[in-house]
Design a protein around this ligand. Structure first.
Ligand code: OTD
Ligand code: ZN
Ligand code: ZN
Length: 345
């Protein structure tokens, strides 16, 4: 039995750092485990220009603890009014690593998102030409579509057309939650990949709704039924380079989640690697963990792999029920549970 695992230092290909005090509390958790992270731009106001992204990057870097090597990779929040020239300039200057498509109102702080995907086809054309990666929150927002069907519907209504119209565009289907998404990504060419969160590998929708409402298991896209979770686990642990790590860590203060209208988002950063490696262990696929965590993401984004390494060991770890962040409390993913792997460093 493998009791310790040493892999190249991983990266987190999708997370939310927020801003201000909360960001300063959150960044060290990610910088402790990951060398780089794709930082989502859904601030208020959103990070829509090169100038805003460069300033946000500086604020994040100022929150990285002394002596820790961590690089935030910035994304541009696409709107109906995105200027392709500014996006291309930001990418060429090394400010933007990717751009993010939020269908308007699909998730937290996405009200300024794209109202009609066709509106931004000129931007996608420019991104394809410049080699800028497109990250997609793949859910339709139409009121008549059931929340559990919104991802599958997005594939049929929009994603097939985007991939067909821009065959050279690199597309990351973010935080996939369905077997439909797994099948779509597997059937697509090498320019289409997906990130998978720890929560969608661990829980199905019962964890959110059975035995009382469980707000700390609520995120978007919502967890689906068990067959989908099993498809995600098979994809993540298969060794396929099309699937890689993206926590979608999305911290909200405890009171904002335990509320009559609770916020969507799970704070996965603090025990992220322990959570993922547990899944690979349960699936008998520890040999594929390094690919998922540390190799497939850089290969897709065309970036070098990290030279340093991290070690995980089999050991019982008690995850705190809550963490203090800038004087407020946030409940972490696995809060109050015991997990079977420890991050050594
Ligand atoms: N999902 N919460 C948030 C973002 C993600 O869709 C996402 O990427 C958030 O709070 O920013 C969430 O549930
Ligand atoms: Zn999203
Ligand atoms: Zn996200």
């Amino acid at each position: 039995m493998t009791n310790t695992l040493t892999i190249r230092r991983p990266d987190d290909w999708h997370l939310h750092f927020r801003d201000g005090e909360v960001m300063r509390g959150v960044v060290p958790y990610t910088a402790r485990q990951f060398a780089r992270a794709i930082v989502m731009p859904n601030l208020t106001p959103p990070v829509t220009t090169t100038e805003l992204a460069a300033a946000y990057r500086e604020r994040i870097l100022a929150a990285v603890p002394e002596g820790v090597d961590f690089t935030p990779l910035m994304t541009c929040y696409l709107t109906d009014a995105t200027d392709p020239d500014d996006l291309a300039r930001g990418a060429n200057e090394g400010v933007f690593t990717a751009a993010k498509l939020y269908p308007a109102n699909a998730t937290t702080n996405s009200a300024s998102g794209v109202t009609n995907v066709e509106t931004i086809y000129p931007v996608l054309e420019r991104m394809e030409a410049e080699g800028i990666v497109l990250c997609i929150h793949g859910e339709v927002t139409d009121a008549d579509i059931d929340v559990f069907d919104r991802e599958a519907e997005f594939i049929e209504r929009h994603l097939r057309a985007i991939v067909a119209n821009f065959p050279k565009l690199k597309v990351v289907f973010e935080h996939i939650t369905t077997s439909d998404a797994v099948e779509f990504v597997k059937a697509s060419g090498p320019n289409v990949a997906a990130t998978i969160t720890p929560q969608h590998l661990h829980i199905n929708r019962n964890a959110m709704l059975v035995g009382g409402i469980q707000p700390h298991n609520y995120c978007l896209p919502v967890a689906k039924r068990e067959t989908h979770r099993l498809a995600l686990r098979a994809a993540a642990t298969s060794g396929s380079a099309k699937f890689f790590l993206g926590t979608d860590s999305a911290p909200h203060l405890r009171g904002d989640k335990e509320s009559a209208c609770g916020c969507a988002g799970i704070f996965g950063a603090p025990y992220a690697l322990e959570s993922y490696v547990t899944v690979f262990d349960q699936e008998g696929a520890l040999e594929h963990f390094e690919g998922f965590a540390s190799l497939h993401g850089p290969a897709f984004y065309g970036l070098p792999v990290n030279e340093s390494s991290v070690t995980l060991e089999r050991a019982e770890v008690q995850v705190p029920a809550e963490l203090d962040l800038a004087g407020s409390t946030i409940v972490p993913w696995h809060g109050g549970q015991t997990i079977g792997w420890r991050f050594v460093g």
